[in-house]
Design a protein around this ligand. Structure first.
Ligand SMILES: [Zn+2]
Length: 599
């Protein structure tokens, strides 16, 4: 395979003229591209791009989407796993309960709730039991574990209740269960809101902070700010001035922390970023979007691996953690939703197919793996990835959340347009004020640039359009769009091909060739001359660094394999034919800082 430097390809899609009704006219394809640039990483927002833009792109309800293909298979695998013994009440109610009350229970509620909806399954029996019995564990103030001092300044307990708040909020949204809603209100009123004063001086060197006397978490530095995710979800369900003030105090304090200097945990940082983005959507504060953009850039520049996973802490690339990988996928997609900038979508595709999905284990769980591109404990550069080690007390549930959201993110609405930023077999019924349309999608993506969309039902009275993402790895000049079998001129807006005037029976087919070959590392300044090989969005791996890779790590680490997978080389140094100096596989730790299952 002849190496092709594709990393710097930027599709300058300047053809914005609207086309007429779908199916009319025929013409050539129009796709303008700037020349490829060697060795650069894929584009990401520059500092000049922090100005928020106004988009009105909305996700659709789980109820209106029936998944298929790869994402359905992976979600079903996770769903089955999260109903196994470890996640049943008798076990999960004890997992990490002493140091982190509510964490494992809440993550399980969250994962099962979202997967049940994504897969159109009834409430699992195990989830029903968890919801019935979890009030037994609450103290008289309604939060879990022993009562805290008035300051509530216990980072472990507050961070643990992020999982609980996320689970209760999603369960209440899904089932409208008044008990879950009431439990969430009590956690907010008696734990989160009273912590506001302590949060204002978190890790501060001041008299006020000394008086508060924070109990800080040990290894999970900065995990207090996980709470931004759960607290904003709680606010979405039950807004109150007191919770608003608490959230805004937390964001203000977070802005003052130097996350790199304190070697903050990146999972907490990315969960916090999700909360900040949700706050931007709820309260329309432009500065929150700019802050979220800066947090994501800091993460991408300093703590993202060459497989689009994470260093568990800034400055400490000890292992990856699926929780953070899930959050980075969600944050990248949400940043596209709020800014319209396609470079975030490119990141989201790379994270999904090279980080999140290859990180799923054969039992359906998720956990930790090696940080490709970083030095291991022996000071050797990690060039191999590998099957991950499960962290069932933590990551397996969040992996379920990531898969459920990946299914949901298949379709968005932007006014009268249906937007497809990812491709996967599925059927969706997006709803508008004047009716609904039903779309059946089949695709060979990410292996081939081929998507077929059929409009099987339509009750709308006004014109609707369809926008199909053209990723940056589509080869210039190769994009073809047909409606009813007829070539259609491309109307390209911010790398989306648009078809207007959708009608029942329309069959729309998009095809493009995907770039294949070598590109630079994600961090070329740190790893000059290093290369990775891609086919489209798929990162390729080989059994050794002297072999040019042809197989996606998505397939090498496919959990459906019967035999244990090899640990593929994905980062190539110097001459491809030469063995890289010091290349070695890091050994991921078998467990995170938290305790394992106590049974
Ligand atoms: Zn985790």
């Amino acid at each position: 395979m002849k190496p092709v430097f594709l990393a710097g390809i930027v599709l300058a899609l300047t053809v914005t003229a609207a086309i007429g009704a779908a199916g009319t006219g025929a013409g050539g394809n129009v796709l303008l591209a700037s020349p490829p640039t060697k060795g650069d990483a894929l584009p990401v927002a520059s500092s000049s791009e922090t100005e928020p833009t106004n988009t009105n792109i909305k996700s659709i309800d789980f109820a209106d989407l029936i998944p298929g293909g790869l994402l359905k298979a992976r979600a079903e695998l996770a769903f089955r796993h999260l109903q196994e013994d470890y996640f049943q009440w008798g076990s999960i109610s004890r997992v990490n309960f002493q140091p982190f009350p509510g964490d494992a229970i809440g993550r399980t509620i969250n994962g099962l709730t979202l997967l049940s909806q994504a897969l159109h399954q009834p409430t699992p029996v195990s989830l029903q039991e968890i919801m019935r019995r979890v009030p037994e564990l609450a103290n008289s103030d309604g939060y879990l574990g022993p009562k805290l001092p008035d300051s509530r300044a216990n980072e472990d307990v507050l961070a643990a209740h992020n999982g609980y708040a996320c689970g209760l909020a999603e369960y209440a949204l899904w089932t409208k269960d008044p008990t879950a809603t009431e439990s969430l209100k009590r956690v907010v009123t008696n734990l989160f809101v009273p912590a506001r004063g302590a949060i204002a001086c978190y890790r501060e060197k001041s008299d006020a902070a000394a008086k508060v006397n924070w109990h800080l978490s040990g290894g999970d530095i900065g995990q207090l700010f996980l709470l931004l995710d759960g607290a904003t979800r709680a606010y979405e369900r039950n807004p109150s001035p007191e919770l608003k003030a608490t959230v805004e105090t937390m964001i203000a304090r977070y802005q003052k922390l130097d996350l790199v200097k304190i070697s903050a945990q990146t999972h907490a940082m990315l969960s916090a970023t999700r909360g900040i983005l949700r706050w931007h959507e709820l309260c329309h504060r432009a500065e929150d979007l700019a802050f979220a953009v800066s947090l994501y850039r800091q993460y991408r520049d300093l703590a993202m691996t060459e497989t689009y996973e994470n260093h568990n802490w800034f400055n400490r690339p000890a292992w990856t953690e699926a929780c953070a990988v899930v959050d980075s996928f969600l944050v990248a997609t949400e940043l596209w939703r709020f800014t319209g900038k396609a470079e975030y979508l490119a990141d989201a595709h790379h994270i999904l197919y090279n980080g999140l999905l290859p990180g799923q284990l054969r039992n359906g769980g998720f956990g930790t793996g090696p940080c490709v591109g970083a030095l291991d404990r022996k000071g050797q550069l990690t060039v191999r990835t590998s099957a991950h080690s499960e962290a069932p007390f933590c990551c397996s549930m969040r992996g379920g959340e990531g898969l459920a959201r990946a299914i949901q993110y298949g379709y968005f609405l932007d006014g009268d347009a249906v937007v497809l930023p990812f491709y996967c077999d599925s059927t969706a019924t997006p709803r508008f004020a004047d009716g609904a349309i039903t779309i059946r999608q089949t695709t060979r993506y990410p292996y081939d640039g081929q998507v077929r969309v059929e409009i099987t039902e339509s009750t709308v009275t006004k014109r609707k359009s369809l926008r199909l993402f053209i990723p940056p790895w589509a080869l210039p000049g190769s994009v073809s769009l047909t409606v009813g079998g007829k070539q259609t001129p491309l109307a390209l807006v911010d790398p989306f091909a648009t078809v207007s005037g959708l009608s029942k029976g329309d069959v729309i087919e998009l095809a493009f060739k995907q770039a294949s070959g070598a590109q630079g590392s994600l961090h070329p300044a740190k790893l000059p001359g290093a290369r990775r090989y891609f086919h489209g969005a798929l990162l390729l791996g080989a059994s050794s660094s002297s072999v040019e890779p042809t197989k996606p790590i998505l397939d090498i680490l496919d959990p459906a394999q019967k035999v244990a997978p090899e640990s593929p080389v994905v980062l190539f140094l110097g001459d491809a034919a030469a063995k890289p100096a010091g290349g070695n596989q890091a050994t991921p730790p078998r467990q995170l800082g938290r305790q394992r299952h106590p049974l």
